[in-house]
Write a protein that binds this ligand. Structure first.
Ligand code: GDD
Ligand code: MG
Length: 360
């Protein structure tokens, strides 16, 4: 297998309001655009040619990744005029593939951070003679995903996207968003209209007796669909829990990019990333958080599991936990913002305006 399709389009992402000009795949995770990790992992597994299927803000990918040669890849870009859905996007780039009809093509969702053994997925595809081989993982609450029950041999028996009722929750195995397709199967997807690979292609293939094979494992896996997940993923990359050849520098408690300035007594732990040109003041304590480029954290601020947008400003002694601060936002000194709070891009919160702790 030498070719892959990477899906990075769709209706947009829940991160976009924060990073208005940056689609999620380009938001830095562990110091580089998130997509870099997926591209580098595919390259390390032997992929040489990648077609990026996108439908929004496509122009941000090509200036950064170009022809892919910096990563040892040949990357092509295909932009849908209207989002074609996951299946439509795959079908739409079929003409760019060079593989023969029986050769395997790797396809993956662009918002997944995983330790998947890509070569093992291809090997499973080949040894079982499947039409499509799917990477599966187990999660506690499968409702936000595609449920994929399998039989004793790992053969897929059904595909239930986003199950609605308790009766539909027949397994904890879900579609982990990476597939190997036999090249010729891609041509059976209808062209020129939106198609969901999850709601249409997989159920149709099963109904016509096609062989879909699941490969379940317990490797690192995270869907970066929410800012909180994004921060978690970035920290796990830095900590080395999520393996990626693209992390710039050695894995450890923190990653400080070269042009960032960190006061000597600031404490950075738990996979915290400090982006280019960011400034961390004296005595600040930051755990498991991502500080994007040019952001300023004033002395004494305490930040946990939070995303601080580019050029945002966090005032002295402010406490943030599970917070998402938009690009350019200003949180004045002596505020306390906790789990789930979202501060819009460029918003300004005055000094001592908000707190969560009780009066006791
Ligand atoms: N080019 C293109 N065009 N890409 C698309 C389109 C489209 O119209 N729609 C979605 N995508 C891309 C997204 O950018 C993302 O990388 C991937 O396809 C999956 O879309 P999401 O919108 O993130 O879907 P999801 O997270 O709700 O569910 C999918 O992922 C789960 C695992 O995280 C499904 O594949 C589930 O079955 C799966 O369990
Ligand atoms: Mg997703």
């Amino acid at each position: 297998m030498t070719e892959a399709i990477l899906l990075v389009g769709g209706k947009g992402t829940r991160l976009r309001p924060l990073t208005v000009n940056t689609p999620k795949p380009m938001v830095p995770a562990a110091g580089v655009p998130f997509l870099t990790h997926q591209l580098a992992r595919a390259r390390a597994a032997g992929v040489e040619h990648i077609v990026l299927a996108t439908s929004y803000l496509a122009e941000v990918f090509e200036p950064y990744f170009g022809d892919g040669s910096a990563l040892g890849l040949h990357i092509e870009y295909v932009t849908e005029e209207e989002p074609l859905g996951t299946g439509g996007a795959i079908r739409n780039v079929a003409a760019r593939l060079h593989s023969g009809p029986d050769e395997p093509v790797l396809i993956f969702n662009g918002d997944i951070l995983t330790g998947l053994d890509i070569r093992a997925l291809v090997a499973t595809h080949e040894t079982t003679g499947a039409d499509v081989c799917l990477h599966l993982t187990r999660v506690e609450d499968p409702r936000a995903y595609g449920l994929v029950p399998t039989d004793a041999t790992g053969r897929v028996t059904a595909f239930l996207e986003k199950p609605q009722t308790p009766e539909e929750i027949v397994t904890d195995q879900i579609n982990a968003g990476a597939y190997v397709f036999r090249r010729s199967v891609i041509d059976t997807i209808p062209a020129g209209r939106p198609v969901s690979v999850e709601r249409e292609t997989f159920p149709d293939l099963l109904a016509t007796g096609a062989h879909l094979q699941g490969m379940v494992d317990s490797t690192y896996w995270l869907d970066l669909g929410t800012p909180q997940a994004f921060v978690r993923g970035s920290a796990d990359l830095v900590l080395g829990r999520a393996p990626s050849p693209a992390v710039p520098g050695r894995c450890g408690d923190r990653l400080v990019l070269p042009t960032a300035r960190v006061a000597p007594d600031a404490k950075l732990t738990g996979g915290t990333v400090v982006g280019d040109g960011a400034h961390i003041g004296e005595g600040a304590r930051i755990t498991g958080s991502t500080i994007l480029s040019g952001a300023v954290v004033e002395p004494g601020a305490v930040i946990t599991d939070s995303l601080i947008g580019a050029r945002a400003h966090i005032g002295e002694r402010t406490v943030l936990s599970g917070a998402v601060i938009g690009d350019g936002a200003v949180v004045g000194p002596d505020n306390e913002l906790r789990e789930g709070v979202r501060v819009w891009c460029d918003a300004k919160i005055p000094a001592g305006a908000l707190r969560f702790s009780s009066d006791q």
